[in-house]
Design a protein around this ligand. Structure first.
Ligand SMILES: [Zn+2]
Length: 60
């Protein structure tokens, strides 16, 4: 359901939140899911981080 609702533009915007350029280096602001691997960021919540793909959750 709602597949393709997000435009490419929106996705690009989202990715930007996850990276920061600092002194010419790319700094990752988010952790990757240890189960799904690199490319799957953990979503930030108030007191935990969770993976939207596999459901992995870690407390802050
Ligand atoms: Zn995961």
């Amino acid at each position: 359901m709602a597949k393709g609702k997000k435009s490419k533009k929106d996705l690009k915007k989202q990715v930007y939140k996850y990276y920061k350029i600092e002194g010419g280096k790319i700094v990752r602001l988010r952790k990757f899911c240890p189960i799904c691997g690199p490319g799957y960021f953990l979503a930030e919540h108030k007191d935990r981080l969770s993976c939207g793909r596999c459901g992995y959750t870690v407390k802050k």
